[in-house]
Design a protein around this ligand. Structure first.
Ligand code: FEO
Ligand code: CA
Ligand code: CA
Length: 633
């Protein structure tokens, strides 16, 4: 058992921050001196349309909304702190699948007392669902869902310590992570899991996965169990997702660091480990107590085999998932895939940690409809974004020449370090990236960053206030968007603006009130999940402060909003239950159902969602539709 009682209730980033706080204020005064002022930024005033950044006061403002009629026909849902899901009048929701629900008839129904065992969890839907995509083959619907992590106090709530106590608890924890793939059926408007479907599959922290791309076989990926450095066991902490035009699912490994510990107190984590937050104490999972490979003093290379994007073919349950090193190693949030005009495949990705970066991968090969596209994400150019203060930007290629690293393989393993060398822009925690289907335009949620303007990132890179990160100690977050020059996703340059600065106009009158498209009726904090629907509206999900007090008064529980990229209008569509985050979104092929993820309700103990009474709170996927059966995106 790890000694984790002092930190097991902290969020990932709080834990990392305390244990591995990174460098102090290295050269920070110089940084402040040359940081651009917000006035400087705002003076440039490029316009992307009605919601574009304009000149003005030191509050970041957008031009007024377009007067055009709203494209959103629903009535906005008021903020609330109820322990349920609230959708607009004329819409309904139901639960599709819950954590611990068996996917096969030989599985065991969820046990409220034990909250499952190793065996029951291996045949059941995993915990804390996040990104997901629905795939359709003929009349079969197959949902692939990330199961990001577990809340120890919930999954081990049957234990005195609220922590794993022994090998079976660790087995249960590992099986609660990964990806769940399952067939769904719509029976008279209610979606549910098809038990025993041949498509049903669990991918966990122990599933064999083949390593592809430039780092395959590199010395840093070789371990005692895998001397060739080509096959790894498992994927875990899969946060957001992506899907490819050739029908595969992308699961993105985010906070992989919190699963490692050292049995040797004298072991000194390397600088490379520290950059990724890998240290001597895990985050309360105790995997190293039952599986040596998570002991960094014994197997220091194992952690180099996580932090990637994993490609899965959900329609072939016998296929081996592939770990795509070409897309770099960092705390991957999601992977938004677009096909450039010339057929090259472009993947946009955020690294969710304070002061980390936004990346782009451009494939060497070109997408061929109906052709063999299986290797497209194995070879290409990885770049990192630099946002200039004049609202221009550029992609800085990560190559041995530009980074002084020995090889592309090393860049794909120590990607953060490579990005620091080329001086990419340190961002306010990049979460999901989403592509507008109507034009070459990409959005990225920058969820919040209490260190902005105060502390460098873990690599010592300065985090000056300015550019797309305009607020010191950013509590509310913002959404940045950019357009590649000439509408070409392979272009090395782009222009950018801010689509929204979240804030609280009922509490603040300075830049913390947010941009003009934020008001008392739609205010929110910490945008995170994000996806466009086929009509070109963008759905925004939040993972923020749900205290409903002080700076966050009037915002209620975490929620989902819909925004119009053209007018800047933002409207609240849904409120989640208490202490949840809303994350993960996908649609039925007929666009009459939107599937939404409710993650970690009751993470601090104040929810019994979805079953009420005294039941254990459980993460779920819900389905939302219109009462009249109309289109919903
Ligand atoms: Fe798993 Fe950055 O959210
Ligand atoms: Ca997220
Ligand atoms: Ca988040």
């Amino acid at each position: 058992m790890s000694d984790t009682s002092d930190h097991h209730d902290l969020s990932f980033d709080e834990f990392d921050e305390r244990r591995n706080p990174g460098p102090d204020v290295t050269g920070f005064d110089e940084v402040v001196d040359r940081a651009i002022s917000r006035r400087g930024l705002l003076r440039s005033g490029m316009a992307f349309g009605a919601a574009a950044l304009i000149t003005g006061t030191n509050a970041s403002l957008f031009a007024g909304r377009a007067e055009a009629a709203s494209r959103m026909a629903f009535q906005a849902v008021p903020a609330n702190t109820l322990d349920t899901v609230t959708v607009p009048k004329g819409y309904n929701w139901h639960t599709v699948v819950k954590w611990g629900e068996p996917l096969w008839s030989h599985g065991v129904e969820f046990d409220q007392a034990t909250r499952g065992t190793g065996i029951s969890q291996e045949t059941a839907f995993g915990d804390n669902n996040d990104g997901m995509s629905l795939f359709t083959s003929g009349n079969r619907h197959v949902l692939a869902v990330n199961n990001e992590y577990t809340n120890r106090s919930i999954i081990y709530g049957n234990r005195q310590t609220k922590l794993p106590e022994g090998a079976d608890d660790v087995r249960k924890g590992k099986a609660a992570h990964g990806v769940s793939v399952m067939e769904l059926r719509n029976n008279g408007g209610r979606w549910s899991v098809v038990k025993d479907s041949p498509y049903n599959r669990r991918i966990t922290a122990d599933t064999p996965i083949v390593i592809t791309g430039p780092a395959r076989g590199h010395a840093l990926l070789k371990t005692e169990a895998d001397p060739a450095g080509t096959t790894v066991l498992g994927t875990y902490n899969n946060c957001g997702n992506g899907r490819t035009p050739w029908g595969t699912y992308l699961a993105c490994e985010e906070n992989f660091n919190g699963y490692y510990a050292s049995s040797d107190d004298m072991f000194e984590p390397t600088a490379e480990m520290k950059r990724y937050g890998v240290g001597k104490k895990d985050w309360g999972y105790a995997w190293s107590t039952a599986d040596d490979r998570f002991d960094i003093s014994k197997h220091p290379n194992e952690c180099n085999r996580f932090g990637y994007v994993v490609e899965i073919d959900p329609l072939d349950p016998t296929s081996t998932p592939r770990k795509l090193t070409a897309l770099g190693r960092f705390k991957h949030e999601n992977a938004e895939v677009v096909v450039a005009n010339n057929g090259q495949v472009v993947v946009y990705m955020g690294d969710d940690e304070r002061g980390e970066f936004i990346y782009r991968f451009v494939s060497d090969g070109r997408y061929a409809v109906g052709g063999d596209n299986s290797g497209l994400l194995d070879a290409g150019t990885l770049s990192v974004a630099k946002f200039n203060d004049d609202l221009s930007g550029e992609w800085l290629d990560l190559t041995p020449e530009s980074t002084s690293m020995a090889s592309l393989a090393e860049i794909c393993i120590h990607t953060r370090q490579a990005a620091s060398v080329v001086k990419a822009t340190t961002m306010d925690r990049p979460e999901w990236v989403a592509a507008n289907p109507n034009r070459a335009e990409i959005y990225c949620c920058l969820t919040n960053n209490k260190n902005r303007g105060k502390k460098p990132n873990k690599g010592g890179d300065p985090t000056p206030v300015g550019g797309p990160n305009p607020r010191e100690g950013n509590k509310y977050g913002q959404i940045v968007r950019w357009r590649p020059d000439a509408g070409d996703h392979t272009s090395s340059t782009f222009t950018w603006d801010l689509f929204v600065l979240a804030g609280n106009p009922t509490v603040h009158q300075d830049d913390r009130k947010g941009s003009q498209n934020v008001d008392r009726d739609n205010m929110f904090n910490s945008p995170d999940g994000m996806a466009f629907d086929t009509t070109g509206l963008v759905w925004i999900q939040t993972d923020g402060n749900y205290s409903d007090k002080d700076d966050f008064a009037g915002m209620g529980n975490n929620q989902m909003l819909v925004a119009d990229p053209d007018s800047g209008e933002i409207k609240r569509f849904m409120v989640g239950p208490r202490e949840c985050e809303v994350t993960g979104i996908t649609w039925s092929p007929d666009k009459r159902t939107v599937f939404v993820g409710i993650q970690h309700p009751g993470e601090k103990g104040d929810s019994h969602f979805p079953d009420g009474g005294a039941s254990v709170p459980r993460s779920v996927v819900i389905a939302i539709s219109r009462d009249d059966g109309g289109l919903i995106g």
